[in-house]
Design a protein around this ligand. Structure first.
Ligand code: ZN
Length: 103
């Protein structure tokens, strides 16, 4: 189910604005060696909730639910979570048809 980006961000903001988050974030960065766990990038690091806060608020402050991602990997993951990342197959098929009709 798709949610709006704004609604999604509001959920995690409640966590990332809290004083507890600062310390936890450092712990996560230390554990992952200050690099993106997906591509190894060392700049623009963000700490991501593996299971989104919206789905598992109980895991918001659990270190095992955190991972370090660079900005690029993080936004890719977020897009998929809010339903924008994976183009839906029906729409893909339609696009194909339209393209074929044009030729
Ligand atoms: Zn990355």
């Amino acid at each position: 189910m798709a949610v709006s980006r704004k609604d999604y961000a509001a959920h995690s903001r409640r966590v990332t604005k809290s004083p507890r988050w600062k310390a936890l974030r450092m712990q996560a960065l230390d554990r992952d060696g200050w690099q993106c766990v997906q591509c190894g990038e060392r700049r623009r690091l963000e700490v991501d909730h593996i299971l989104p806060v919206r789905d598992r608020p109980d895991l918001s402050f659990s270190l095992s639910n955190l991972q370090c991602l660079c900005g690029r990997c993080h936004s890719r993951k977020t897009r998929i979570e809010i339903g924008l990342g994976q183009p839906n197959p029906a729409r893909q098929a339609w696009r194909q048809l339209v393209r074929m009709g044009r030729n």
